[in-house]
Every structure is written in C-alpha cells, then in structure tokens.
Design a protein around this ligand. Sequence first.
Ligand SMILES: [Zn+2]
Length: 193
Amino acid sequence: MEEDKTVTKEIIANLIDGVLPDVDVEQLQRMGRKDSDRFWKYIEVLQERVPWHDRILLRLTDHLYIVQKRAGERIVKCDCGEELGDYRVNWKMHTLVRTRRTSSEFEEVYTPSYVAPEPKWMTIREYLCPGCVSQLGVEAVPPGYPPMFDMLPDLDAFYRDWLGAPLEDEDISWFEDRTATITAAWLRENSNA
Ligand SMILES: [Zn+2]
C-alpha cells in the first residue's frame, strides 16, 4: 500500500476480518489523513455482509449493530435479523442469559481450573441472541450486579461533529440511558402478579 493510495474497501474488509497484512496496518496508522471516507467505506462493507437492509449507524460487537429502522427509530439488531430494541436500553435485557454460579460451572470454561474465580464473589453471565443463539457478550461480575451497559454512543455528535453528516432525526434525547424503563416495567408486572 503506497502513501498516497486511497483506502480501498478491500483493505477495510481485510481489517474487519483481521487478515490485513502487518505492513498495511502500519501504513494505515502512518497515514495522517483520517478521512471520514474511510468510515463510509467501512459501513458499506458491513452493510454488504448483513442479510437485511436497515441502515447501519454503528457496529457494536461482532454480531450487533445499531441500525436506523426509520427516522425516529434506532435499534440494536443482530446480523441474523433479530431485533433487540431501542439502542438506549441495554441490549442485554433482550437476550437469553446463561449464568454460571458454581465451581463446577466455572471449570467448564476455565483451564486450568485453579484460575477460576471464587463462586461467592463472582458470577459469569453469557448473553445469547434469542434468534441465532450466538454468544453476544460475556461478563464476570459480583453476584446480583446489574448487567453492564457496554456502550451508549452519542450518535448525533459522532455523525454531526466527526463525520459532518448529521442524522436527520437528531435529538438531544438519543443520548440517554433508558434501561431503567425496562426494569421498571418488569417490577410493575411482578407487583401486579
Ligand atoms: Zn442473532
């Protein structure tokens, strides 16, 4: 890759797949001009790889994306097509959860087993997609600790200030953790039952 070459979609695709040759990675890092064009190519590559057509705003994990369903609706979507609700609510609330609590359950995933945590102090949660059962995330936390909200991006600021392409449904309320609306609804359901 030469200094003055533009970053091609092929380079971006290799970068995403983790198969970009080291020499190209170094070259990419040395290139001073961090053009937003690179981001649009990245999004284009991602968009070509998913089987649906909702506009990808940001990739969250290997499987998850924030997409714009329509103006005024930004949700988390798995590459399989499963939708995990408004992106301001921690997507983990909409998954299947497997919790490991005992030493023998820890030993299934820790080798050697003596590096496994102490069950009294730690639980391991695996979050699985209800659609394709892919593992979407794992966290080791003290028992009873709320699911960690890994990332709530300020999408409007990113698109407006960094990309110079404001989203048409820009609004201050997009940058707001709404996870408590789900837990409050669960609480109401339980107290009515
Ligand atoms: Zn899925």
